[in-house]
Ligand binder design. Structure first.
Ligand SMILES: Nc1ncnc2c1ncn2[C@@H]1O[C@H](COP(=O)(O)OP(=O)(O)OP(=O)(O)O)[C@@H](O)[C@H]1O
Length: 881
């Protein structure tokens, strides 16, 4: 509360006045003056007190007779190094008051001086002052006791101090030889309170002893707090001490473990396995980088030793051969250079998409904090806290040998490009080749004056002349003034999923729903966040890699998410594609209540599921509204912080990803019935964490209708059969030029990126699903809200108002008050199940309080206010009394 109090409230007025009054104390000049004064005072006292130790006896009579002799005379007589004042101060502080404890004044003064001069606090003043004060009295007491008990005229009478001497005399008279015991007790009690000692732990002493022993090999700070420690320092000290204790214990434990492991037994701590994998994958990702570097280009069968030289030769030979080509073209005699790019470093088209994504990436970090990071927060993973993320070793390793594009191939393609363009009167300044896994990108800088639109218009002719399948012309390459020509490699490289999932980029991603699709033309890992897309439309003719693509999506998400955070709704009209995922039903799948199978293969059930998702969406929106949150991320965060009460219907919301493997099938059989809920979900579901991935073989306009297309900004196309299909899915040609086997174009907004989809084989998917499926799961799949269709036993006509639900009237009032005829509203308000709420809604409809069922929308409320409702209820009661 105080934190939020505005600064200039009347409450603060006295404080401000007080501050103004002492404001002059903040004058640095004054502070410095005072600081130096105190510094010299401390030094003066130190010398005076030290001198007192030697001159006390001689000076005592002089000081005591000062009133009679006068200051000057006394000063002449006194032996203290600091004159009469040195003698006087020492006499007062040491003899009269505190004895040797007066020396403690010196560090206190010095501390204040240093603070004022250098603004540095050497130790916590209050605490140290308290300690010194006690020690001063205690020493004085002890010395006083010695002075009392030793023969008269002993030296201790001079250094014990009046206070200690008197105290000692008093206790000695009372308890005699018991005084030392009393003194010891005083010290112990002070120590207990001062250092807040709550237990005397002999084990700790053993550990401390071990630590002292260990100090010979590991120099560590002393385990006991030093007298000068401030509170913070002391805490630090304790921390250090504890860390050291645990380190020593850990070292012992480690030795034992090493011994056990020497015997061939492997020890694993909970959570350690994952770390191990990370380490392992670190190594692997390094190799991957090395591999991709190797895959880059130039050296074909070079000997390691001659690598560098040969590369140089190669560059020359490429340049030469271009010159020769150039020579052939009589009209163009500008020399050309060809640079073969190390692809891992080359800037890429995909970076545009990735950059945009990473811009917003920071905003939306992981929705769910990691296990163990929540002291008091709710942990959604707790129920399956032992769940282990699948290791990447379940997947096949990348092929040992990387496929390389030969120098001859590069040269031949280049010559052809230059020649072909030459035929059309297009001069080239330079060419750069970037070799990707499937295609090589030749980046051309046209000669000044060549219009890019001209090259674009000649696209087909150039492709024909190059007579190679899969030529795609990018004119210009976005963000650059160059023209790109993608030519498929003769031998392509298989992009395995494993090294991609093991890459730093994937492992460290902050994307909420990361999908690592594969590699771009420039060999960069292409990764997107499904949560941002927020839905994905996939097209591709049969056999071009769609199913593999879907498996890559599923696998990427399964490798990143805990079952508590993500649920899939799988629709597989082809009935065979997604069956393997049955095994993870109780971990990752969602289904309608009372359904046997989680994976939906029946069209009629798809409709129910889509409407059920719409209900889930509406419910989630209601909850978000109630919680005052804008999106699922905010909502879940609030929920995890226990700021939302589950009693009010709040719950942790996992992401839901709906995957439809074949939309064409559904559209043919159910048409509008599926189109409507899909469009609705696509329009609205992004904020509440429901994301759609819809794939189709036939990207024709009657499958991908305008309304669906408009709501799927992110589209992905494998090879399609015609330019028209390509236009339907991507709004541009190009997908018909792809070379199949996972070669794809990803479009989001204005960006179009060519990506080689990673490959995951069926047995890898199986291994992954087995690994997850064999672990403990939830009791059942995640249950979606029950959807009661319009037809069947729940017809309103059958509702009998004489058997109204006990909650009927209350429900009617809620509905009228909110002017919203929604089942979920009743569920939450009345804390009843979906079925009962559904029955009540039907009764309300029968009674004419709400209108008929309107799909996933809330029903219209026909009664305008509570007055009208009370009248209606009275009539009903009379009628069915
Ligand atoms: N990313 C890839 N890398 C290498 N090969 C691939 C890739 N994707 C697919 N293939 C090859 O293409 C074949 C067909 O792929 P997939 O089954 O995914 O096609 P599809 O588009 O789903 O076909 P359908 O629609 O008939 O099911 C695979 O068996 C595989 O040999």
């Amino acid at each position: 509360m105080t934190k939020n109090t505005p600064k200039n409230t009347p409450k603060n007025e006295p404080l401000r006045k007080a501050k103004r009054r002492i404001g002059w104390l903040k004058d640095r000049r004054l502070q410095l003056t005072l600081g130096f004064a105190l510094f010299f005072a401390a030094f003066y006292l130190l010398l005076a007190f030290t001198s007192y130790l030697f001159t006390a006896k001689a000076d005592q009579s002089v000081v005591e007779a000062i009133d009679n002799t006068g200051v000057i005379e006394a000063g002449d007589e006194v032996e203290n190094w600091l004159g009469i004042y040195g003698a006087l101060l020492s006499y007062r502080f040491i003899f009269r008051w505190m004895g040797l404890g007066a020396f403690f004044l010196v560090p206190l003064l010095l501390h204040t001086a240093v603070d004022l001069i250098f603004r540095v606090r050497l130790f916590a003043f209050k605490r140290t002052f308290l300690l010194f004060l006690f020690l001063a009295f205690w020493f004085s007491y002890l010395l006083g006791y010695l002075a009392v008990t030793l023969p008269e005229g002993n030296y201790f009478t001079l250094i014990a101090g009046g206070v200690g001497y008197e105290l000692a005399r008093w206790t000695h008279a009372l308890i005699g030889w018991g005084t030392p015991l009393w003194l010891a007790l005083c010290f112990i009690v002070f120590a207990i309170y001062f250092w807040n000692i709550t237990s005397v732990d002999w084990k700790r002493w053993r550990i401390v002893k071990r630590m002292v022993d260990a100090q010979t090999t590991h120099p560590v700070p002393p385990p006991t707090p030093s007298l000068n420690d401030s509170e913070e320092e002391e805490e630090e000290e304790v921390d250090k001490e504890e860390a050291e204790v645990s380190r020593l214990l850990y070292e012992d434990e480690k030795k034992i473990e090493e011994e056990i492991e020497k015997m061939g037994i492997k020890l694993l701590r909970i959570g350690e396995e994952e770390e191990e994998e990370h380490e392992e994958s670190n190594e692997i990702s390094n190799t991957t980088d090395a591999q991709s570097l190797r895959a880059v280009v130039d050296e074909e069968d070079d000997d390691d030793a001659n690598n560098k030289e040969e590369r140089a030769d190669e560059a020359t030979s490429i340049a030469l051969s271009v010159d020769e080509t150039q020579k052939k073209q009589a009209s163009k005699d500008t020399p050309l250079t060809v640079e073969v790019v190390n692809t891992t470093k080359a800037p890429s088209v995909s970076s545009v998409v990735n950059d945009v994504a990473s811009d917003i990436e920071d905003e939306e970090a992981e929705a769910v904090p990691a296990v163990g990071s929540l002291d008091f927060a709710y942990d959604p993973r707790l129920e399956l806290s032992r769940y282990q993320m699948p290791p990447t070793s379940l997947l096949d390793a990348a092929p040992a040998e990387s496929v390389q594009v030969t120098r001859e191939e590069l040269e031949a393609n280049k010559d052809k490009i230059v020649e072909t363009l030459g035929h059309y009167g297009i001069g080239i300044e330079s060419i750069k080749a970037t070799i990707g896994p499937t295609v090589t990108l030749y980046e051309l800088v046209p000669k000044a004056g060549v219009r890019i639109s001209k090259i674009k218009s000649l696209e087909d002719d150039i492709a024909l002349s190059l007579s190679a399948l899969g030529i795609r012309i990018i004119a210009p390459i976005p963000g650059k003034g160059t023209i790109g020509i993608e030519v498929p490699n003769k031998k392509r490289e298989l992009v395995a999923l494993r090294p991609i999932l093991e890459s730093e980029q994937f492992r460290n991603t902050k994307y909420a729903l990361p999908i690592a699709f594969g590699k771009t033309v420039t060999n960069e890992i292409f990764m997107v966040d499904l949560a941002k897309m927020p839905h994905l439309l996939i097209a591709g003719a049969t056999g071009q890699g769609k199913s593999v693509g879907l498996n890559v999506i599923l696998a990427s998400l399964l490798y990143k998410k805990h079952p508590a955070e993500l649920k899939f709704v799988l629709v597989d009209p082809k009935k065979v594609e997604l069956t393997l995922y049955n095994k993870i039903e109780r971990h990752f799948l969602a289904k309608l209540p009372n359904e046997e199978e989680a994976i939906i293969t029946d069209t009629s059930k798809v409709i129910n599921t889509l409407y059920s998702l719409c209900i889930e969406m509406d419910t989630r929106y209601d909850l978000l509204k109630k919680a005052g949150c804008r999106n699922i991320k905010e909502y879940n965060k609030k929920f995890l912080e226990r700021r939302l009460n589950p009693e009010n219907g709040h719950r942790f919301m996992p992401y839901i990803v709906l995957i439809i493997d074949e939309l064409a099938d559904l559209m043919m059989t159910a048409g509008k019935e599926v189109e409507q809920p899909i469009a609705r979900l696509a329009q609205l579901a992004r904020a509440i964490g429901i994301h759609l991935v819809v794939a189709t073989q036939r990207p024709s306009v009657n499958v991908i209708t305008g309304i669906i297309k408009a709501n799927f900004p992110a589209r992905l196309s494998f090879r399609v059969t015609s330019k028209v299909d390509s236009r339907t899915i991507l709004d541009t040609g190009g997908a018909e030029q792809l070379v199949g086997m996972g070669d794809m174009l990803f479009s989001m907004g204005a960006d179009l990126v060519r990506v080689q989809c990673a490959f995951i084989d069926t047995h890898e998917v199986e291994a992954l699903c087995n690994f997850i499926g064999e672990q403990r799961g939830y009791a059942s799949a995640y249950l979606l809200p029950e959807y009661v269709g319009e037809s069947g036993e729940n017809e309103v006509g059958e509702v009998d108002l004489s058997e109204r639900d006990a909650f009927f009237e209350e429900a009617a009032r809620i509905v009228v008050m909110h002017q919203q005829g929604s089942t979920s509203l009743l569920q939450r308000r009345l804390k009843i199940g979906y079925n009962r709420a559904g029955r009540i809604i039907d009764q309300l409809e029968q009674a004419g309080i709400v209108g008929p069922f309107e799909g996933s929308k809330a029903r219209e409320v026909l009664i305008p206010d509570e007055y009208a409702l009370e009248q209606l209820l009275n009539e009903l009661n009379k009628k069915h009394a």
